[in-house]
Design a protein around this ligand. Structure first.
Ligand SMILES: Nc1ncnc2c1ncn2[C@@H]1O[C@H](COP(=O)(O)OP(=O)(O)O)[C@@H](O)[C@H]1O
Ligand SMILES: [Mg+2]
Length: 239
């Protein structure tokens, strides 16, 4: 039997008095990569922010591993349950690449062997990040900065990895590199929830997809079952 690392039941969430996510039930199995697709404004980022405890106004339940994180403050969710690569990366641009990585690994700060081990796994996946470790993050290209942002998330060593549109604003070659890195993370058995607008990236990286539209889930498919027709339908959903 497959066990879910993420189980969301009947989640509604929003800002102020308004819900932008309505009655969402979805899951990510252990070791599975799942993509959440949908047009701009569908509520994808809000789902990720709900998991991370960054949106207070929410009902329903969110369980990561054995833990109900629905009412947990964000800093506790980030204590090993889930870690997010946010939209736009949000690096500390005037700090070094290595310091940005260390910030991601803050919860292991009393275990320097663990920090070294995690940093080694980031450098193995992204050799260029090791080469530029002493540079300020601002000196790196967009694609390299995205690698640092993914590396910072890896430093947390979370049960569930969340990525919000990692391809956004990157050059085509950088997108290919980033997608390959996600495939490797999946091969390492990491559990991943990826938000994407690029259908080709989502299909290349994930085992299963959900489609979100106007805050509601409207489709779910195994990537392997998506033929030409399925692909055309998904493109139509995304407009
Ligand atoms: N901080 C906020 N305050 C009020 N409304 C917001 C806020 N963030 C997002 N929204 C609204 O919530 C809806 C979903 O946004 P979002 O989750 O960012 O969608 P997506 O990531 O799919 O583009 C949109 O209508 C957006 O305008
Ligand atoms: Mg978004």
């Amino acid at each position: 039997m497959t066990t879910p690392v993420l189980q969301i039941n009947d989640l509604s969430a929003g800002y102020g008095r308004f819900n932008v996510v309505h009655d969402i039930t979805m899951h990510v199995n252990n070791g599975e990569a799942v993509a959440l697709l949908g047009p701009n404004g569908a509520g994808k980022t809000s789902v990720l922010r709900s998991i991370m405890g960054l949106i207070k106004h929410r009902t329903g339940s969110i369980v990561v591993g054995d833990t109900d994180v629905s009412r947990m403050p964000a800093h506790r969710v980030a204590g090993g349950h889930a870690a997010l690569v946010p939209e736009g990366r949000r690096l500390f641009l005037n700090q070094s690449v290595e310091d940005n990585l260390r910030l991601g690994g803050m919860r292991h700060r009393r275990d320097s062997a663990k920090v070294q081990e995690l940093m080694g796994s980031v450098f193995e996946l992204f050799p260029v990040v090791e080469r530029y470790r002493a540079r300020p993050a601002s000196a790196l290209s967009g694609g390299e900065q995205q690698m640092v942002a993914i590396g910072r998330m890896m430093m947390n060593d979370p049960a569930l990895m969340l990525l919000d549109e990692p391809s956004l604003g990157l050059a085509p070659l950088a997108i290919t590199d980033m997608a390959q890195a996600l495939v490797k993370l999946r091969e390492q058995g990491r559990s991943i929830l990826l938000v994407e607008q690029r259908v080709d990236i989502a299909l290349a990286v994930s085992d299963r997809i959900y489609v979100l539209s106007d805050g509601r889930l409207i489709d779910e498919r195994a990537t392997a079952d998506i033929g030409e027709d399925g692909r055309a339908l998904i493109d139509a959903y995304l407009g």
